[in-house]
Design a protein around this ligand. Structure first.
Ligand code: SAM
Length: 275
């Protein structure tokens, strides 16, 4: 009777067998906890016939869990040293592996209704989330990220973690915290606690104007400074700014961290940044 693929002993054995050392610069922290794998697959909506994209299958542990639920899995991996491992662990699963960099991938070419399910490489989490948001084919992303990132994604105005990432997530849809994941669920153990979050993208909304996204980024750039100050740094000042801030029902000296997405949009419209 063999141990499950995700057991620490099997994961160590696979690494030794293939002469591999997890690479820190690629964010390689492999999952070794069956309950967490099942929770991610479940929360991510892995079900018969659902197209799923996984970024960074690693040893194929989460991939197998998702595929076992009948989802149609495409897995995108950059580290070609893992070729013989995935040839072994994904044999007979029907998973389509693409070898390449997630930063160069064309997400708009995915089948409509795609759900992302992944334990993301932490060094590119933010940029990948924004790529997912911008691809109308992707309906949701259920991802394992650093807890601090999860908090930023889900934060509301006035909360410590509120900033650009929170406003961006709200602009595209909604965020749900699924569960925290302790360091011990990974091999090697990372330095910090992680969380599973699910982002749902509201595809009935038109994709936001890139000018609005840059405006929100700048408006929240120094979170603890006033909105007025942040806007001055991108060339908006004087009476029009005072009028726009007042027009949105905000105090003249409101801090960036207290301004909700709707109000930022109102200010952007009033300044002519977007229609
Ligand atoms: N899914 C596996 C698991 O949960 O055990 C591994 C997750 S590990 C946190 C991140 C994975 O992303 C690694 O397999 C790593 O090689 C891969 N990766 C890192 N950078 C990547 C990139 N730019 N494009 C695609 N995959 C990448």
């Amino acid at each position: 009777p063999s141990l499950p693929l995700y057991s620490p002993a099997r994961v160590r054995e696979l690494l030794t067998l293939h002469g591999l050392r997890p690479t820190k610069s690629l964010g390689q922290n492999f999952l070794i906890d069956g309950n967490i794998l099942r929770a991610i697959a479940e929360a991510g909506g892995a079900a018969p016939g659902v197209p799923v994209l996984e970024i960074g299958p690693g040893l194929g542990v989460l991939t197998r869990e998702v595929a076992s639920r009948g989802a149609l899995v495409t897995a995108l991996e950059k580290d070609e040293r893992l070729k013989p491992v995935l040839a072994d662990t994904l044999a007979g699963t029907g998973v389509h592996v693409i070898w390449g960099d997630a930063l160069d991938f064309d997400y708009a070419g995915l089948p409509p209704g795609t759900r992302v399910i992944a334990n993301l490489p932490y060094y590119i989490t933010g940029i990948l989330l924004s790529r997912f948001m911008q691809a109308p084919q992707i309906l949701s992303a259920t991802v394992l990220v650093q807890k601090e990132v999860a908090q930023r994604l889900a934060a509301k105005p006035g909360q410590d973690a509120y900033g650009f990432l929170s406003a961006l997530a709200a602009l595209y849809g909604s965020v749900k915290h699924v569960r925290d994941v302790p360091k011990g669920a990974f091999l090697p153990a990372p330095d910090v606690t992680s969380s599973v979050v699910r982002l749902d993208f509201d595809r009935d909304r038109p994709l936001p104007d890139p000018a609005l996204v840059s405006f929100i980024d700048a408006a929240l750039h120094h979170r603890r400074k006033t909105l007025r100050n942040n806007l001055r740094l991108i060339g908006h000042e004087g009476t029009p700014v005072d009028a726009a801030i007042a027009g949105a029902g905000l105090r003249a000296d409101v801090r960036a961290e207290d301004v909700a997405l709707d109000d930022l949009q109102a200010v952007a419209r009033s300044l002519g940044v977007v229609r």
